[in-house]
Ligand binder design. Sequence first.
Ligand code: SF4
Length: 260
Amino acid sequence: MPKITRKPLRKPATKLLTKAAAAKRPAAEPSGARAAKKSVKASSKASTKPWTAAEVYEAFSRFRNANPEPKGELEHLNPYTLLVAVVLSAQATDAGVNRATRALFQVADTPRKMLALGENRVRDYIKTIGLYRNKARNVIALSEKLIADFGSEVPRTRAEIESLPGAGRKTANVVLNMAFGEHTMAVDTHVFRVGNRTGLAPGKTPLEVELGLERVIPAEFMLHAHHWLILHGRYTCLARKPRCELCLINDLCRWPEKTV
Ligand code: SF4
C-alpha cells in the first residue's frame, strides 16, 4: 500500500507572542512619557558619543552666563500654591495654569482656605484647564492630606510629596527644587527632548533622562539646571523646528539633524 504523506498544517495567520517575545515588549508607560517619546523620536539617531565633563561644564557655563537666575514660569505665592500649580499643570501650559490660578490663589493660598472654598468653587476657577474636574478633586484631597498628615505644610521629601493625590515624581522634583532649593531634576517634555537630542543624557523614559542628567551635571549647576533645560527646550530647541542657528550649545550638541 502506498505511503500517505500529509502536509503539515499551516500556522494560523494571527501572531502568537512567545514568552520570550512578550518579555521583550516595552512595558506600558504613562501618557506623559509616551508623548515625550513621540516628540523626540528622531533622537534615537543621536550620536552615542558621550559628552566629556569639560563639554558639560562649558554648556552649563554658557547657560549661566546668558541667564544667571532662571525662573520657573508657574506663578505661585508659597510652597503650597507652587504644589497646587504644578499639579494643575499636567498636560497644560504654564500660561494657561497662571490665567486660572491668579484668581484662585487670591482667595485660597493655604490648604485650609482651599478646603473652605470647596471642590465646586475650585472647579469653577480652573475650568479652563484640561482635566479640571479630576484636578479640582485632587487639589481638595491633597489639601485635606496636608492638614491631616503634615500640619498644613508642604513636606520636604520626595516620598511624602508623591503620597499626595495628583502629585508624582515630576511634581515632587519641581517642588523640592523651587520651594526648597534641592538639586532635583524634573523631566518634562522639554527636558526629555533636550536630554535626548543633545546626547547629554539619552534615555527611553523620563526617569532614565533624569538620572542621566543628575549623573553628568556638576553640582554647582544643579540648582538651576532644570530651568535652563526647560527654557532651552521651550524657546530654542523646539520640538518641530529647533532654532539651531541661535542655540548657545550648537557646537556641542550631538544631534545629527541639527541645522548648523
Ligand atoms: S543645536 Fe539644535 S538640536 Fe542641538 S540643542 Fe541646539 S537647538 Fe537643539
